[in-house]
Design a protein around this ligand. Sequence first.
Ligand SMILES: [Zn+2]
Length: 273
Amino acid sequence: MMKNERQFLKLALVCCAISLLACNSKQESKQLPAQTSKDTVQTPLTANKAAQVYAKTQVPVLCYHRITEGSKSEYAVTPATFEAHIKILADSGYQAISPDELYDYLVYNKTLPAKPVLISFDDSRIEHIEIAAPTLQKYGFRGVFFIMTITNNKKNYLSTEQIATLSKNGHTIGVHSWDHTMVTKYADTSDWEKQVATPQSKLAKLIAKKVSYFAYPNGVCNHEGAVGMSKYMKLAFILSTKRDSLQPLQTVRRMIVPEWTAQGLLKSMHKTF
Ligand SMILES: [Zn+2]
């Protein structure tokens, strides 16, 4: 190769490299504004892993059953006691959150009010719409009502119309199985279908919303049950027993509230959560 040719080639290569660099820096400068603008770039939400969910501070979750005068049930509270409980929570600065908010807090670290509480009701009793919901609404609260669908439209239990009304009024509807059979007794997929999937889809159709939350009958669940439930529900609730560290979303703790004084309720909440 002649000297001139070599110099020409060198020059051509340098030019090429410069134009490539220019080309790249052009592309970069075009992309920069979009990559650096804080207004347009949103951090993608990364879901917490089980260990991270398990390590988060627990939110107090209350569980009511009957709200009536003269019941012999150890889990019953009178309407006056129920109102005293809701009033002291409101007066103490508590704010009732929804299961959707609890899920977003546990999974995506979304912020909750300073004093959050989730108020839930089991067994689809008629007093849940006659007493519980109006009392909650009086204090600007909302609750989650776990329905066992076998009782729909039966005497002293919620009708399908009342379940739809609760949902329209801003409360959450969840599943409490079909007939209160414990998850630990589900032998095969037909049991899961009957106790979880069918009630879930029936309720979803009734309220025209997704139904993603479950309260275990008797609060009883084992590891297999929690794994099974994770295929259907975003969150499932036990009682104040031990959570499953591998399935923390399927073993969220709740506290049964019996006929306590209002102060007694606050004390128990602080002790349990
Ligand atoms: Zn129950």
